[in-house]
Ligand binder design. Structure first.
Ligand code: ZN
Length: 869
């Protein structure tokens, strides 16, 4: 289980020692390989047999032995090793595998002397059908069945490809040669160095040596592909797609070219590799969309390719943002890497923040800052406001914990606290600190404190106390604002801090150093500590200020009633970012019973139909969330009617049908409105979706396709479910096929949901689609999907990558509001999951408990609101 308390002092000491410096032997750390042997270079040869889903390989690893040892231990999982030879002459006396630790040990009769050595290995392994190690991506090309091979190693699956020191701190260089069948191409991190003929008509393709890097960034792929390229300075940017759809990569190529220029400037160190490929795999994973392999970024096609038939505006923006995220990693993660997974957030929080910043700078009309405040920021806070939350920096001692560490605390809270830090330091000084951090640690490994040291130097003040309070302890600060009082010509109020949480555990008092800001004249910021309220004076007795303008701070703001009413009265005049921030805080504080929910309904009742589309997206999402909580509540029908009435005037402005040349935000809000009104049972929208599908599935407009299919699928009758089923089976475009499999996985009718579950056990959909379908059934029928998955646990686990199995089944019921499910989740976890990988179980149990409580909290106010008018 991930440690949920503060980072232990002894661990902080270990983290700041250089455990893997090549000149000295560091301590043996829990869950890690012994430190005596340091890898310098891997020379690998791999021969895949795609049809039989196996491969054979050989490698010669150049190492430094730091002190005499009789054993060499490295990582290996699901591999066999046929032959091992030290320095070309000495075979080990014994080769033994530890399947739990995922290691292979080579024992030698005599101690190996310190100094340089070479270890040669012959080995063989599996090609998987879910995204771990070397895996197959199956798709239809016309009527032909095709198979592409790609690799996915983060976090701990490089060891499924070759025996290696598979830890981020063990950086080395790699050369790789791959046997490539006729009619196919191979691609990797680096450009091709040479080719030569091999057996069976295959060609051996050898790639240039990589820079020194972590094993999880190694990449290789192979298939019947096309590659389009463009030069940006000295860097060749490429998009690699299955044959026939290379044009769909044009948007990605354009976006990457703009981003590379932006990042070369921002980081101050130019992109160091000769090429940067983006590979579009026609598949999916339940756990990631893209992976930042250095020079060879892997994407699943829906997050890279713009298909004129399938890609709507939200997806187009997602593509840009995902490219921005993965490219930010080329510096922050690939060039400079966290020493161990405890600091995973350094990678993910920073890349998420950088992606938002770059996307905003290059697409100002998308209002990225406001979208971030409305969505990503809230995702992090909401998870952090439950009892199962954990600190951003957390101790990782087992492989199962590494997978679980990739959560919204690392991504969204990580992004939020970096945004707050940039706001507190100032963008120019912050960038100066980042440039020095990248330059000083290039090709090396770091811990969080290394970043704080560079930013503090650039800022001229120590940021560590503030940042430690947000990274070493969990939770969300609550800034309470006393009622403003006018004295003389000055408005006075006090700021104090508490903790925002949704249950007893997440409300236990903690203290933060919070940089609080407010709008308007006067001293516009204060560090609000724990001991005493901070007195604030604002010149003039006009309308009281917005606290946390721009929503840069990681906290919720609780206003006094008069202060809130004053802001609500001028809601339309606030900055867009502050409008969505006020909406989110008001909903969240009502849900947490810090303020009456009535405030929220009064606020949305006064929002104009002319308000920004983003404001209506936020409101629609809130109404959909409340509707989900009210499932089965007697007040639900009246609430739905009232909610539809609230959305109607704005929906009339936007309409069901996309219009040529309309703004991006209008197109986006239409997707949300169609989906939400469908959820709220709007008969006109449901009829319109049915009419659109009757007009032809293949000709649905891309701009509303996902939403229309969602409404159609959720309200499907048996014959409509079958229409989707037939379309999914026969579609030749993998993106469209996937959209039909997903659409038939979210039916309201439990009998149809059961038919979908039957398909999950069939071989009609591809393996990744089968996993996705189960996940989608769980959205509408969480308990049913979970119970079914437990009953078929072996078959279900076979659909997802090994490292993700601790999370998949236990996460299925996390939208349930039924406390009776909790005991079943616990029983399954106790029976089937390792004791040290329980974060997902805790998250699910917390989510169900909190949703069951929220259901009670929301029922009365929703009924009261519905009864008005
Ligand atoms: Zn990332």
């Amino acid at each position: 289980m991930a440690q949920s308390g503060r980072l232990m002092p002894f661990l902080a000491v270990l983290l700041s020692t250089s455990a893997f410096a090549a000149t000295s032997v560091g301590p043996r750390l829990p869950g890690r390989l012994p430190p005596e042997v340091v890898p310098l270079h891997y020379d690998m040869r791999v021969d895949p047999d795609a049809a039989r889903l196996v491969f054979s390989g050989s490698e010669t690893i150049t190492v430094t032995v730091l002190r005499p040892t009789r054993t060499i231990v490295m990582n290996a999982a699901d591999l066999t090793v046929d032959k091992a030879l030290l320095d070309g002459r000495t075979a080990p006396t014994k080769i033994s595998f530890d399947t739990k630790a995922e290691t292979v040990s080579f024992a030698f009769a005599q101690p190996i002397a310190p100094g340089a050595h070479r270890i040669a290995l012959d080995f063989a392994g599996k090609i998987y059908q879910s995204a771990a190690g070397l895996f197959a991506v199956d798709y239809k090309d016309g009527s032909a069945d095709k198979r592409m091979l790609v690799t996915q190693f983060e976090a701990t699956d490089g060891r499924r490809f070759a025996p290696m020191w598979d830890e981020p701190g063990r950086k080395a260089t790699f050369t790789i040669s791959v046997a490539t069948p006729r009619g196919q191409q191979s691609f990797s991190n680096m450009p091709i160095a040479s080719t030569r003929p091999g057996a069976d008509g295959k060609t051996w393709v050898s790639f240039r040596q990589t820079p020194k890097m972590s094993s999880y960034l190694l990449f290789f792929g192979q298939g019947d592909v096309e590659r389009r390229t463009r030069m940006v300075g000295k860097t060749e940017i490429g998009v690699i797609t299955r044959r026939g759809v290379a044009d769909q990569g044009r948007y990605a190529l354009d976006s990457a070219a703009r981003l590379l220029t932006f990042y070369n400037d921002y980081f101050g160190t130019p992109y160091p590799l000769p090429k940067l490929d983006m590979v579009a795999a026609p598949g999916a994973s339940q756990f990631f969309d893209a992976m930042e392999n250095w020079g060879g970024i892997l994407y699943f096609d829906k997050v890279l390719l713009v298909d004129p038939k399938a890609t709507g505006e939200s997806q187009r923006q997602q593509i840009f943002s995902d490219i921005a995220h993965e490219m930010a990693h080329q510096w922050f993660g690939d060039l400079v890497t966290m020493r161990w997974w405890d600091d995973l957030w350094l990678n993910e929080g920073f890349a998420s923040w950088m992606a938002s910043k770059a996307t905003d700078a290059l697409n100002p009309d998308w209002h990225v800052a406001a979208q971030t405040a409305a969505f990503a920021h809230q995702t992090g806070i909401n998870l952090d406001a439950g009892g199962s939350t954990h600190p951003i920096v957390q101790r990782i001692t087992a492989a199962g914990q590494v997978t679980e560490a990739f959560d919204q605390i690392a991504y969204s809270k990580g992004e939020a606290v970096i945004r707050m830090l940039e706001g507190a330091v100032g963008p120019d000084k912050f960038r100066a600190g980042i440039r020095r951090y990248i330059a000083d640690h290039a090709y090396g490994n770091t811990v969080t404190d290394d970043l704080w040291a560079e930013i503090s130097k650039a800022a001229g003040w120590p940021i560590k106390p503030m940042m430690d309070s947000f990274t070493l302890q969990p939770g969300v600060p609550l800034i309470k604002v006393s009622e403003p009082v006018c004295r003389g010509a000055t408005l006075r109020f006090r700021l104090s801090q508490g903790r925002y949480g949704l249950d007893a555990t997440s409300r236990k008092p903690l203290h933060w150093v919070v940089p609080v800001t407010w709008s308007g004249p006067g001293r516009a910021e204060a560090d609000v500590g724990a001991a005493h309220p901070t007195a604030v004076s604002v010149p003039g007795c006009g309308s009281p200020p917005v606290i946390n303008p721009g929503q840069l701070g990681y906290y919720r703001t609780l206003y006094s009633a008069p202060h809130f009413d004053a802001l609500a009265a001028r809601f339309g005049g606030l900055d867009l970012t502050d409008q969505v921030g006020l909406l989110a805080d008001t909903m969240a504080l009502g849900s947490g019973e810090y303020a009456p929910l009535d405030r929220y309904y009064r606020l949305i009742d006064r929002v104009s139909p002319d308000a920004d589309p983003l404001v209506w997206r936020v409101i629609a999402n809130h109404l959909r969330e409340i509707n989900g909580l009210l499932e089965g509540d007697p007040a639900q029908a009246a609430f739905q009617l009232r909610a539809r009435g609230l959305l109607a005037p704005f929906y009339a402005r936007v309409g069901f049908t996309p219009r040529a040349g309309e703004a991006a935000d209008v197109s986006q809000v239409r997707e949300t409105l169609i989906d939400t009104l469908g959820q709220l049972g709007d008969p006109q929208v449901i009829a319109a979706a049915r009419g659109a599908v009757a007009g032809g599935l293949e000709t649905l407009p891309a701009a509303t396709r996902t939403a229309v299919l969602a409404v159609y699928g959720r309200n499907a009758r048996a014959e409509e479910w079958e229409i989707l089923h037939q379309a999914a089976k026969t579609a030749r475009n993998p993106l469209l096929a996937r959209s039909y499999w997903i659409a038939l996985s979210d039916p309201g009718d439990p009998k149809l949901a059961q038919k979908t579950l039957d398909l999950v056990l069939s071989d009609e959909p591809t393996v990744p689609n089968r996993a996705a379908m189960l996940r989608f059934v769980s959205l509408e029928h969480p308990a049913m999907a979970f119970d079914w998955a437990v009953a078929h646990a072996d078959a279900v686990n076979a659909l997802v990558e090994t490292s993700a199995r601790t999370a998949f089944i236990v996460s299925l019921p996390n939208t349930s509001t039924d406390p009776a499910v909790i005991a079943r989740v616990q029983a399954y976890a106790d029976r089937a999951l390792p004791a040290d990988a329980r974060q997902s179980v805790a998250n699910t149990i917390t989510s169900i408990q909190n949703r069951a409580h929220l259901r009670k909290v929301h029922s009365g106010p929703a009924a009261a609101w519905a009864a008005q008018h």
